[in-house]
Design a protein around this ligand. Structure first.
Ligand code: SAH
Length: 377
């Protein structure tokens, strides 16, 4: 197979670029485009030889795109317009403008790219941006498939449920059809991506109902977490941690103020767990729903810390919580859980919070690599 010319739109820190490498598909990124200067610094640091355009997509002309003569588009348009927590401005949101511009350009390109892969948040599937996308793809003669996948489907102990669309230009042959990607209505067919556990990649904020246990957690949450931890097809968190001596633990321990105020809202995992919640761009700054924290002291039982915690005085409460030695995952560990290879690194001057931020916007490399293989096979 000849090397594919790949256009990476909304390139961020290059999750898509790593996915191409990981997939083993011969390809070169002919241009990566993003306006975020921090993300671009990181991209450049890791891929100094890739042309990176620090430009708004809607400012790039049809002519410029034609000159790139690409065979594949990889893109993760900004997701804020579609997140359930956001305002759901959808296509009225200014941040969708660049995406609509791409859809407008596509049919007018001198040569249609053979392959397209798009990643977005859950919620995109019911947006009108998605309707525009599907309509455009059909008009241009693409066959496509949509799928929701979480990294747990590829054995990684991290939930990050995302919408993916893969499309290829139709040649009118039966071979054009995509293999079945995940669980569907005919269970006897083999699946290429293991369907996630019921509820395992369901956003935690959507789970509700039941009585609170000793933590601000319901029986149902606890059961779901236990099921995930018992799923041997998923690796353990410890496989993704940095060697002890390499982490400056002090730097990552949760400060007392946070412990006292938010202890009941934390999602706590141990190295032997086979689960963690999605790391978002607010990790390390906000506590609720931004990602799991790690319990470093194994001798302390969670229950002994949390039972009756509410009745304790501030001092005692803190004493108890400190026993768990809770720390944030380091950016390197978050990158590991997101499938970034060891060769990925941050320029030294990028502060920790910014590292979390760009990682939170990125994607799971292993998941995308799998989808690329399916797309091109
Ligand atoms: N897949 C990327 C992250 C995508 S997040 C990764 O692996 O890191 C969306 C990115 O789109 C952000 O980095 C943001 O800076 C960029 N972006 C948003 N609007 C844009 C526009 N109009 N033109 C170019 N880039 C844009």
């Amino acid at each position: 197979m000849t090397s594919l010319r790949v256009l990476e739109l909304y390139s961020g820190i290059g999750g898509m670029h790593y996915a191409v490498k990981e997939s083993g598909i011969p390809g070169q990124i002919v241009a990566a485009i993003d306006i975020n200067t921090t993300a671009n610094q990181i991209y450049r640091h890791n891929f100094p030889d890739t042309p990176l355009w620090n430009k708004t997509i809607e400012g790039i002309t049809l002519d410029d795109f034609n000159k790139l003569s690409f065979d594949m588009i990889l893109m993760s348009p900004p997701c804020q317009p579609f997140t359930r927590i956001g305002l759901q401005g959808d296509i009225a949101d200014l941040r969708t403008k660049s995406f609509l511009y791409i859809l407008d350009l596509l049919p007018r390109l001198n040569r249609l790219p053979r392959f397209i892969l798009l990643e977005n948040v859950k919620g995109f599937e019911s947006s009108s941006a998605r309707e525009h996308l599907v309509k455009t793809l059909k008009e241009c003669g693409y066959t496509f498939q949509e799928i929701m996948v979480s990294p747990t489907s590829v054995g990684i102990p991290n939930s990050r449920l995302r919408y993916f669309l893969i499309a290829k230009i139709s040649t009118g042959k039966v071979l054009d059809a995509f293999p079945r990607l995940a669980e569907s209505d005919s269970p006897e067919q083999p699946t290429l991506l293991r369907p996630p556990h019921p509820g395992s990649c369901q956003p935690e904020e959507e789970m509700q109902g039941g009585h609170f246990l000793y933590k601000l957690e319901t029986q149902m949450d606890a059961q779901r977490k236990e099921n995930q931890n018992n799923d041997l097809s998923i690796r353990q968190i410890q496989d993704f941690l940095e060697p002890q001596m390499e982490v400056n633990m002090e730097h990552y321990l949760l400060p007392s103020k946070i412990l006292l105020r938010y202890a009941l809202l934390l999602d706590i995992v141990r190295p032997t767990c086979r689960r963690s919640v999605c790391f978002t761009k607010g990790y390390g700054r906000y506590v609720e729903g931004t990602g799991s924290v790690l319990q470093c002291c194994m001798e302390t039982e969670m229950e002994s810390v949390f039972r009756g915690l509410d009745q304790c005085s501030g001092q005692e409460k803190l004493q108890r919580l400190l026993k768990l030695k809770l720390r944030y995952f380091t950016p390197r560990e978050v990158a590991n859980l997101m499938g970034f290879p060891q060769s990925f690194s941050f320029p030294e001057q990028i502060p920790t919070k910014q590292r979390y931020r760009v990682l939170g916007n990125s994607l799971n490399v292993v998941v995308v690599a799998k989808l690329l293989q399916l797309l091109v096979s």
